[in-house]
Design a protein around this ligand. Structure first.
Ligand SMILES: Cc1ncc(COP(=O)(O)O)c(C=O)c1O
Length: 374
Protein backbone atom coordinates (compact mmCIF):
# COMPACT_ATOMS: atom_id res chain seq x y z
CA UNK A 1 0.00 0.00 0.00
CA UNK A 2 1.38 3.39 -0.99
CA UNK A 3 0.19 6.25 1.15
CA UNK A 4 1.41 9.69 2.20
CA UNK A 5 2.65 10.01 5.80
CA UNK A 6 -0.09 10.98 8.29
CA UNK A 7 1.29 14.47 9.08
CA UNK A 8 -0.35 15.01 12.47
CA UNK A 9 0.62 11.57 13.72
CA UNK A 10 4.24 12.09 12.56
CA UNK A 11 4.24 15.40 14.47
CA UNK A 12 2.73 13.82 17.61
CA UNK A 13 5.14 10.90 17.30
CA UNK A 14 7.99 13.32 17.85
CA UNK A 15 6.66 15.48 20.71
CA UNK A 16 3.39 14.23 22.22
CA UNK A 17 4.82 12.56 25.31
CA UNK A 18 7.82 14.80 25.92
CA UNK A 19 6.38 18.33 25.58
CA UNK A 20 5.89 19.99 28.95
CA UNK A 21 2.71 21.85 28.00
CA UNK A 22 0.73 19.76 25.57
CA UNK A 23 -2.16 21.89 24.28
CA UNK A 24 -2.49 20.01 21.01
CA UNK A 25 -4.71 17.02 21.84
CA UNK A 26 -8.19 16.45 20.45
CA UNK A 27 -9.44 14.41 23.45
CA UNK A 28 -10.80 15.37 26.83
CA UNK A 29 -8.40 14.72 29.70
CA UNK A 30 -8.40 10.90 29.84
CA UNK A 31 -9.82 9.04 32.80
CA UNK A 32 -7.60 6.90 34.98
CA UNK A 33 -8.85 3.37 35.64
CA UNK A 34 -9.64 4.19 39.27
CA UNK A 35 -11.44 7.42 38.35
CA UNK A 36 -13.64 5.52 35.90
CA UNK A 37 -14.27 2.78 38.47
CA UNK A 38 -15.32 5.37 41.04
CA UNK A 39 -17.58 7.23 38.64
CA UNK A 40 -19.29 4.05 37.43
CA UNK A 41 -19.55 2.76 41.01
CA UNK A 42 -17.74 -0.50 40.21
CA UNK A 43 -14.34 -1.81 39.22
CA UNK A 44 -15.51 -3.56 36.06
CA UNK A 45 -12.31 -5.49 35.52
CA UNK A 46 -12.46 -7.15 38.95
CA UNK A 47 -16.03 -6.85 40.16
CA UNK A 48 -17.72 -9.91 38.77
CA UNK A 49 -16.27 -13.20 40.02
CA UNK A 50 -19.12 -15.08 38.33
CA UNK A 51 -18.09 -13.76 34.95
CA UNK A 52 -14.35 -13.14 35.11
CA UNK A 53 -12.84 -11.05 32.38
CA UNK A 54 -11.35 -13.44 29.88
CA UNK A 55 -8.22 -12.43 28.05
CA UNK A 56 -9.05 -14.36 24.93
CA UNK A 57 -10.49 -13.32 21.59
CA UNK A 58 -14.07 -12.03 21.65
CA UNK A 59 -16.89 -12.12 19.11
CA UNK A 60 -15.15 -10.49 16.17
CA UNK A 61 -18.01 -7.99 15.68
CA UNK A 62 -17.62 -6.89 19.31
CA UNK A 63 -19.28 -8.42 22.39
CA UNK A 64 -23.09 -8.49 22.00
CA UNK A 65 -23.81 -6.34 25.09
CA UNK A 66 -21.55 -3.60 23.79
CA UNK A 67 -23.10 -3.70 20.33
CA UNK A 68 -26.53 -3.41 21.94
CA UNK A 69 -25.43 -0.46 24.08
CA UNK A 70 -23.96 1.31 21.05
CA UNK A 71 -27.10 0.62 18.99
CA UNK A 72 -29.14 2.35 21.72
CA UNK A 73 -27.33 5.59 20.84
CA UNK A 74 -29.00 5.46 17.41
CA UNK A 75 -32.80 5.01 17.70
CA UNK A 76 -34.09 2.51 15.15
CA UNK A 77 -30.77 0.67 14.86
CA UNK A 78 -30.00 -2.75 16.37
CA UNK A 79 -26.82 -4.68 17.18
CA UNK A 80 -26.82 -6.13 13.65
CA UNK A 81 -26.11 -2.58 12.43
CA UNK A 82 -23.02 -2.20 14.64
CA UNK A 83 -19.40 -3.26 14.22
CA UNK A 84 -17.09 -2.48 17.16
CA UNK A 85 -13.60 -1.54 15.98
CA UNK A 86 -10.14 -0.73 17.27
CA UNK A 87 -10.79 3.01 17.42
CA UNK A 88 -12.75 5.05 14.91
CA UNK A 89 -9.62 5.02 12.81
CA UNK A 90 -10.14 1.33 12.06
CA UNK A 91 -13.83 1.90 11.33
CA UNK A 92 -13.03 4.59 8.75
CA UNK A 93 -10.26 2.48 7.26
CA UNK A 94 -12.51 -0.56 6.86
CA UNK A 95 -15.27 1.45 5.16
CA UNK A 96 -12.80 2.85 2.63
CA UNK A 97 -11.01 -0.44 2.05
CA UNK A 98 -14.24 -2.43 1.72
CA UNK A 99 -16.10 -0.06 -0.57
CA UNK A 100 -13.63 1.88 -2.71
CA UNK A 101 -11.59 0.99 -5.75
CA UNK A 102 -9.55 2.69 -8.49
CA UNK A 103 -11.40 5.43 -10.33
CA UNK A 104 -14.18 5.87 -7.76
CA UNK A 105 -15.03 9.49 -7.04
CA UNK A 106 -15.00 10.46 -3.36
CA UNK A 107 -16.06 13.84 -2.04
CA UNK A 108 -14.37 14.75 1.20
CA UNK A 109 -14.59 17.87 3.31
CA UNK A 110 -11.39 19.91 3.58
CA UNK A 111 -9.54 20.79 5.77
CA UNK A 112 -9.97 17.45 7.50
CA UNK A 113 -8.49 14.67 9.54
CA UNK A 114 -6.03 13.44 6.93
CA UNK A 115 -7.22 9.83 7.01
CA UNK A 116 -10.55 10.92 5.54
CA UNK A 117 -9.08 11.82 2.15
CA UNK A 118 -5.64 10.11 2.14
CA UNK A 119 -6.88 6.53 2.54
CA UNK A 120 -9.40 6.93 -0.33
CA UNK A 121 -6.57 8.30 -2.49
CA UNK A 122 -4.42 5.31 -1.60
CA UNK A 123 -7.27 3.05 -2.81
CA UNK A 124 -6.93 4.72 -6.23
CA UNK A 125 -10.05 6.84 -5.77
CA UNK A 126 -10.26 10.35 -7.19
CA UNK A 127 -10.85 12.63 -4.21
CA UNK A 128 -12.65 15.93 -4.74
CA UNK A 129 -12.21 18.34 -1.86
CA UNK A 130 -15.32 20.06 -0.56
CA UNK A 131 -13.77 23.14 1.02
CA UNK A 132 -15.07 24.54 4.27
CA UNK A 133 -14.53 28.30 4.38
CA UNK A 134 -13.76 30.40 7.46
CA UNK A 135 -16.16 33.08 6.10
CA UNK A 136 -18.95 30.49 6.32
CA UNK A 137 -17.95 29.45 9.83
CA UNK A 138 -16.39 26.25 8.42
CA UNK A 139 -19.91 24.91 7.95
CA UNK A 140 -20.66 22.86 4.84
CA UNK A 141 -22.28 24.72 1.91
CA UNK A 142 -24.86 22.28 0.53
CA UNK A 143 -25.17 24.05 -2.84
CA UNK A 144 -21.49 23.28 -3.51
CA UNK A 145 -22.04 19.61 -2.73
CA UNK A 146 -24.90 19.48 -5.25
CA UNK A 147 -22.45 20.69 -7.92
CA UNK A 148 -19.92 17.98 -7.10
CA UNK A 149 -22.30 15.04 -6.96
CA UNK A 150 -23.74 15.57 -10.40
CA UNK A 151 -20.33 14.42 -11.63
CA UNK A 152 -21.03 11.01 -10.06
CA UNK A 153 -19.60 9.93 -6.74
CA UNK A 154 -19.18 6.64 -4.89
CA UNK A 155 -18.84 8.20 -1.45
CA UNK A 156 -19.33 11.44 0.45
CA UNK A 157 -17.23 11.90 3.59
CA UNK A 158 -18.13 14.42 6.26
CA UNK A 159 -16.96 15.06 9.83
CA UNK A 160 -19.05 17.17 12.22
CA UNK A 161 -18.42 18.29 14.87
CA UNK A 162 -15.38 19.07 12.77
CA UNK A 163 -11.69 18.48 13.30
CA UNK A 164 -9.77 20.87 13.25
CA UNK A 165 -12.33 23.72 13.59
CA UNK A 166 -15.04 22.51 15.99
CA UNK A 167 -17.72 23.52 13.44
CA UNK A 168 -21.11 21.83 13.86
CA UNK A 169 -23.61 20.74 11.22
CA UNK A 170 -27.26 21.69 11.70
CA UNK A 171 -30.10 19.23 11.27
CA UNK A 172 -31.26 20.80 7.99
CA UNK A 173 -27.82 20.47 6.40
CA UNK A 174 -27.35 16.91 7.65
CA UNK A 175 -30.76 15.96 6.26
CA UNK A 176 -29.82 17.54 2.92
CA UNK A 177 -26.47 15.71 2.71
CA UNK A 178 -28.24 12.42 3.49
CA UNK A 179 -30.87 13.07 0.83
CA UNK A 180 -28.27 13.97 -1.81
CA UNK A 181 -26.24 10.84 -1.02
CA UNK A 182 -29.35 8.63 -1.22
CA UNK A 183 -30.59 10.19 -4.46
CA UNK A 184 -27.23 9.82 -6.22
CA UNK A 185 -26.48 6.35 -4.83
CA UNK A 186 -23.36 7.53 -2.97
CA UNK A 187 -22.45 6.06 0.42
CA UNK A 188 -22.37 8.72 3.12
CA UNK A 189 -19.58 8.19 5.65
CA UNK A 190 -20.24 10.52 8.58
CA UNK A 191 -17.36 10.65 11.06
CA UNK A 192 -19.11 11.71 14.27
CA UNK A 193 -16.36 11.07 16.82
CA UNK A 194 -16.71 14.54 18.40
CA UNK A 195 -20.46 14.30 19.09
CA UNK A 196 -21.44 14.70 22.74
CA UNK A 197 -19.21 17.64 23.63
CA UNK A 198 -21.37 20.70 22.93
CA UNK A 199 -19.84 23.89 24.25
CA UNK A 200 -23.29 25.40 24.82
CA UNK A 201 -26.71 23.80 25.21
CA UNK A 202 -27.86 25.51 22.01
CA UNK A 203 -25.75 23.46 19.56
CA UNK A 204 -25.56 19.70 19.00
CA UNK A 205 -24.71 18.19 15.61
CA UNK A 206 -27.12 15.34 14.78
CA UNK A 207 -26.07 11.88 13.66
CA UNK A 208 -26.58 10.96 10.01
CA UNK A 209 -28.46 7.92 11.36
CA UNK A 210 -31.36 10.21 12.24
CA UNK A 211 -31.98 10.91 8.56
CA UNK A 212 -30.78 7.94 6.55
CA UNK A 213 -30.72 4.17 7.01
CA UNK A 214 -28.14 4.00 4.20
CA UNK A 215 -25.56 6.22 5.90
CA UNK A 216 -22.59 4.92 7.85
CA UNK A 217 -21.81 6.79 11.09
CA UNK A 218 -18.54 6.36 12.93
CA UNK A 219 -18.20 6.93 16.67
CA UNK A 220 -15.56 6.49 19.34
CA UNK A 221 -14.81 6.27 23.05
CA UNK A 222 -11.74 8.48 22.47
CA UNK A 223 -13.04 12.03 22.30
CA UNK A 224 -16.29 12.85 24.12
CA UNK A 225 -15.85 9.95 26.54
CA UNK A 226 -12.19 10.70 27.40
CA UNK A 227 -11.14 7.06 26.95
CA UNK A 228 -8.77 7.15 23.97
CA UNK A 229 -6.47 4.50 25.43
CA UNK A 230 -9.22 1.88 25.22
CA UNK A 231 -8.93 2.06 21.43
CA UNK A 232 -12.63 1.35 21.04
CA UNK A 233 -14.64 2.83 18.18
CA UNK A 234 -17.51 1.64 16.01
CA UNK A 235 -19.44 2.00 12.82
CA UNK A 236 -23.22 1.95 12.55
CA UNK A 237 -24.90 1.40 9.20
CA UNK A 238 -26.75 -0.87 6.81
CA UNK A 239 -26.20 -4.58 7.40
CA UNK A 240 -24.59 -5.22 3.97
CA UNK A 241 -21.85 -2.67 4.71
CA UNK A 242 -21.37 -3.96 8.26
CA UNK A 243 -20.97 -7.50 6.84
CA UNK A 244 -18.37 -6.38 4.29
CA UNK A 245 -16.34 -4.47 6.87
CA UNK A 246 -16.63 -7.33 9.37
CA UNK A 247 -15.18 -9.74 6.77
CA UNK A 248 -12.32 -7.34 6.06
CA UNK A 249 -11.42 -6.82 9.71
CA UNK A 250 -10.44 -10.50 9.80
CA UNK A 251 -7.30 -9.15 8.13
CA UNK A 252 -6.71 -6.12 10.35
CA UNK A 253 -7.35 -6.74 14.06
CA UNK A 254 -9.57 -9.90 14.27
CA UNK A 255 -11.53 -8.43 17.20
CA UNK A 256 -11.34 -5.40 19.50
CA UNK A 257 -9.45 -5.85 22.82
CA UNK A 258 -11.69 -7.68 25.33
CA UNK A 259 -10.94 -5.71 28.54
CA UNK A 260 -11.34 -2.47 26.59
CA UNK A 261 -14.78 -3.53 25.43
CA UNK A 262 -15.87 -4.15 29.03
CA UNK A 263 -14.61 -0.75 30.14
CA UNK A 264 -16.34 0.88 27.17
CA UNK A 265 -19.56 -0.92 28.10
CA UNK A 266 -19.36 0.35 31.69
CA UNK A 267 -18.72 3.91 30.50
CA UNK A 268 -21.60 3.82 28.01
CA UNK A 269 -23.98 2.44 30.64
CA UNK A 270 -23.05 5.45 32.77
CA UNK A 271 -22.68 7.81 29.85
CA UNK A 272 -24.60 10.68 31.45
CA UNK A 273 -22.06 10.94 34.28
CA UNK A 274 -19.08 10.42 31.97
CA UNK A 275 -20.26 13.07 29.50
CA UNK A 276 -21.16 15.50 32.28
CA UNK A 277 -17.59 15.30 33.66
CA UNK A 278 -16.16 15.84 30.17
CA UNK A 279 -18.51 18.64 29.11
CA UNK A 280 -17.69 20.52 32.26
CA UNK A 281 -13.93 20.32 31.53
CA UNK A 282 -14.51 21.33 27.89
CA UNK A 283 -16.71 24.33 28.76
CA UNK A 284 -14.51 25.61 31.56
CA UNK A 285 -11.38 25.43 29.38
CA UNK A 286 -13.14 26.85 26.34
CA UNK A 287 -13.95 29.99 28.35
CA UNK A 288 -10.21 30.38 29.07
CA UNK A 289 -9.28 29.92 25.41
CA UNK A 290 -11.99 32.35 24.26
CA UNK A 291 -10.82 35.00 26.70
CA UNK A 292 -7.22 34.49 25.54
CA UNK A 293 -8.21 34.98 21.88
CA UNK A 294 -10.06 38.20 22.78
CA UNK A 295 -7.18 39.55 24.87
CA UNK A 296 -4.66 38.76 22.13
CA UNK A 297 -6.73 39.88 19.14
CA UNK A 298 -3.66 41.68 17.68
CA UNK A 299 -1.95 38.25 17.50
CA UNK A 300 -4.71 35.69 16.87
CA UNK A 301 -8.30 35.26 15.72
CA UNK A 302 -10.67 32.35 15.17
CA UNK A 303 -14.07 31.06 14.25
CA UNK A 304 -15.01 29.93 17.75
CA UNK A 305 -15.57 26.17 17.97
CA UNK A 306 -19.11 25.14 18.91
CA UNK A 307 -18.49 21.49 19.81
CA UNK A 308 -15.52 19.29 20.71
CA UNK A 309 -12.24 20.39 22.24
CA UNK A 310 -10.23 21.69 19.30
CA UNK A 311 -10.01 25.19 17.82
CA UNK A 312 -8.36 26.31 14.60
CA UNK A 313 -6.61 29.53 15.57
CA UNK A 314 -5.33 31.93 12.89
CA UNK A 315 -2.22 33.92 13.77
CA UNK A 316 -1.16 37.28 12.39
CA UNK A 317 2.61 36.69 12.21
CA UNK A 318 3.98 36.10 8.73
CA UNK A 319 5.78 32.84 9.41
CA UNK A 320 5.26 29.17 8.45
CA UNK A 321 3.25 27.23 11.03
CA UNK A 322 5.68 24.34 11.16
CA UNK A 323 8.59 26.68 11.88
CA UNK A 324 6.79 28.55 14.69
CA UNK A 325 5.39 25.36 16.22
CA UNK A 326 8.83 23.72 16.21
CA UNK A 327 10.36 26.79 17.87
CA UNK A 328 7.53 26.82 20.42
CA UNK A 329 7.93 23.18 21.40
CA UNK A 330 11.73 23.15 21.49
CA UNK A 331 12.23 26.50 23.31
CA UNK A 332 9.07 26.83 25.40
CA UNK A 333 7.97 23.21 25.75
CA UNK A 334 4.50 24.03 24.35
CA UNK A 335 2.95 21.64 21.86
CA UNK A 336 0.31 22.83 19.36
CA UNK A 337 -0.47 21.33 15.94
CA UNK A 338 0.85 23.40 13.03
CA UNK A 339 -1.79 24.19 10.39
CA UNK A 340 0.63 22.62 7.88
CA UNK A 341 -0.46 19.22 9.28
CA UNK A 342 -3.88 20.08 7.79
CA UNK A 343 -2.33 21.59 4.64
CA UNK A 344 -3.46 25.06 5.77
CA UNK A 345 -0.90 27.77 6.55
CA UNK A 346 -1.18 30.56 9.13
CA UNK A 347 -3.09 28.45 11.66
CA UNK A 348 -2.50 26.29 14.73
CA UNK A 349 -4.88 23.68 16.06
CA UNK A 350 -5.19 24.10 19.79
CA UNK A 351 -6.69 21.38 21.99
CA UNK A 352 -8.40 22.66 25.13
CA UNK A 353 -9.73 19.42 26.65
CA UNK A 354 -6.78 18.75 28.95
CA UNK A 355 -5.43 20.07 32.22
CA UNK A 356 -6.56 23.66 32.90
CA UNK A 357 -3.26 24.93 34.36
CA UNK A 358 -1.36 23.45 31.39
CA UNK A 359 -3.71 25.24 29.00
CA UNK A 360 -3.23 28.58 30.77
CA UNK A 361 0.58 28.36 30.80
CA UNK A 362 0.71 27.03 27.24
CA UNK A 363 -1.45 29.87 25.90
CA UNK A 364 0.58 32.44 27.77
CA UNK A 365 3.86 31.15 26.28
CA UNK A 366 2.28 30.89 22.83
CA UNK A 367 1.21 34.56 22.95
CA UNK A 368 4.75 35.60 23.95
CA UNK A 369 6.29 33.57 21.13
CA UNK A 370 3.84 35.01 18.57
CA UNK A 371 4.44 38.56 19.83
CA UNK A 372 8.17 38.07 19.31
CA UNK A 373 7.45 37.11 15.70
CA UNK A 374 5.49 40.30 14.89
C1 LIG B 1 -12.15 13.05 12.81
C2 LIG B 1 -11.47 11.91 13.47
N1 LIG B 1 -11.85 10.66 13.18
C3 LIG B 1 -11.26 9.59 13.76
C4 LIG B 1 -10.25 9.75 14.68
C5 LIG B 1 -9.64 8.53 15.32
O1 LIG B 1 -10.20 8.32 16.58
P1 LIG B 1 -9.95 7.00 17.44
O2 LIG B 1 -9.08 7.38 18.59
O3 LIG B 1 -11.30 6.55 17.87
O4 LIG B 1 -9.31 5.99 16.55
C6 LIG B 1 -9.82 11.03 15.02
C7 LIG B 1 -8.72 11.24 15.99
O5 LIG B 1 -8.18 12.30 16.15
C8 LIG B 1 -10.45 12.14 14.41
O6 LIG B 1 -10.10 13.40 14.70
Amino acid sequence: MRIEPFSIERWFGRYEFTARYNIAESCVKPFTLSELAELCGTDVLHADAARPVGLGYTDSRGIPELREEIARLYPGRGPENVLVTTGAIEANFLVFAALLGPGDVVISEFPAYQQLYEVPRSQGAEVKLWRLAAEKGFRPDISELEGFVTQGARMIVINHPHNPTGAPIDAGSMAAVCEIAEQRGAVLLSDEVYRGLSLSDAVASPSAQRFSDDAVSVGSMSKAYGLSGLRIGWMVGPEEIIEKCWALRDYTSICPAGPSQLLALAALRDSEKVLARNRSIARKNFAILDEWVRTNSHLVSYVAPREGVVAFVKYAADAPSFEVATELVTHDGVLVVPGACFEVEGYFRIGFGGDTATLETGLDLLAKRLAARM
